[in-house]
Design a protein around this ligand. Structure first.
Ligand code: F6P
Length: 386
């Protein structure tokens, strides 16, 4: 039931006697959002709460207030569904704008309107399911004294304080599946195939997807690379009898000249995309092979969650309710394997979590001969005993 509060007093369709929890999903969607909504609803139901799901991210909080009452019946069957039944947006009145000191800042008067909605609905807490931009907004709510908690969502896996954001594993599967398919056609035609994947300014999807899908070259923002080194890898493969090469490039990888392939957008974030074609074009000038490019794009955000993301999302949803019950506001749930814990939202959005060029995933990849474009040939990433 969607409620347009222009017709009846706000909250008049809610149960007077039950405490209330709000939830909203904000920013770019990803697999697992519905699994979080379902887990929150089920847990809150058993604890005697009523759950109010705001529509279209933060937008549903004000002018006009738009929400639906979530029950176990309403959320039944959504565990495996992609997208979000509440809708989401990464634009609009709450999208990140630079304040005086460069920090995200909401336009004047917005927080007062949000507070009025919290008061009118007598919300005991609001669960914000979002990435760094949405959680920065949640942080501003918290600093203004509103009771919020966060759930880390993004295919990019770039939030601090958590080993994994939900949605990442599903995006990695999509990338690996694409590489499996590209593998056969690349081999049949003896081609270099360049696969551009998302991830914003981090290389998590490219790194994990590249390893899982058997990529030969992985280019990520965290490791500077050159065309000459990539070319050397292609030549090396040809000498080994491999007439094809799979190159995975993260959308946010910097070109050898230091440039990003991006467009400026209205909010704080640039719109990335297009590096795959640039790399493919440059390689085509340098190799005696056909080169083709595939941009995986929003396929990485679509479809249902993997089993890993279903479990992670369920755990995150339950822990978010627990944070509200325990009044641990300003906290974000996080995964510190094997435990689900929580950390402050401020810390989580304070710094981007990037790939460690010396971390175990990169070391694993390099040891197997995967090229990151930083050396002209194989260099063992660990010290060999003399
Ligand atoms: O943050 C998730 C993400 O999919 C990024 O990987 C990508 O750069 C961006 O969102 C794309 O956003 P949009 O849906 O606005 O094109």
């Amino acid at each position: 039931m969607a409620s347009d509060m222009t017709a009846s007093p706000i909250g008049s369709d809610l149960d007077e006697h039950r405490p209330r929890i709000g939830i909203l999903t904000s920013g770019g969607d990803c697999p697992g959002l519905n699994a979080v909504i379902r887990a929150v609803t089920k847990t809150a139901f058993w604890l005697g709460y009523q759950v109010v799901g705001f529509e279209q991210g933060f937008e549903g909080l004000i002018d006009p207030v738009r929400y639906r009452v979530l029950t176990p019946q309403v959320t039944s069957g959504i565990l495996v569904q992609g997208g979000t039944i509440l809708g989401s947006t990464n634009k609009g009145r709450f999208s990140a704008r630079a304040g005086k000191d460069g920090r995200a800042e909401l336009a004047e008067g917005i927080l007062d309107k949000v507070r009025a909605t919290f008061d009118a609905l007598r919300l005991e807490g609001l669960i914000v399911v979002g990435g760094d931009g949405s959680l920065s907004t949640a942080l501003q709510f918290h600093e203004a004294g509103l009771p919020v908690v966060g759930v880390p969502k993004t295919i990019d896996n770039d939030l601090s304080c958590t080993a994994y954001t939900f949605g990442f594993n599903s995006a990695v599967l999509c990338c690996a599946d694409a590489l499996d398919r590209l593998h056969t056609t690349a081999e049949s035609h003896g081609r270099v195939m360049v696969l551009e994947v998302m991830g914003r300014h981090t290389g998590w999807i490219a790194l994990h997807g590249g390893i899982a899908g058997g990529g030969d070259v992985i280019l990520i923002p965290e490791i500077p690379w050159t065309y000459e080194n990539v070319l050397a890898k292609i030549v090396e493969r040809t000498k080994l009898g491999k007439n094809f090469t799979l190159v995975v490039v993260a959308e946010g990888a910097t070109l050898p000249d230091g440039g990003l392939v991006a467009e400026q957008s209205q909010n704080l974030q640039v719109k990335l995309g297009g590096i795959g074609h640039v790399v493919a074009h440059e390689l085509e000038q340098r190799v005696d092979q056909d080169v083709r490019c595939v941009v995986l794009g929003h396929l990485q955000r679509g479809g249902g969650p993997t089993t890993f993301d279903r479990v992670l999302s369920s755990q995150y949803g339950v822990h978010a309710v627990r944070l509200i019950v325990e009044k641990k506001f300003g906290q974000m749930v996080c995964y510190d394997p094997p435990n689900i814990l929580d950390a402050s939202i401020a810390e989580a959005v304070g710094a981007l979590r990037t790939v460690d060029p010396l971390g175990s995933a990169v070391v694993t990849a390099k040891a197997m001969g995967i090229c990151f474009g930083d050396t002209p040939g194989y260099v063992c990433p660990f010290v060999m005993p003399k």
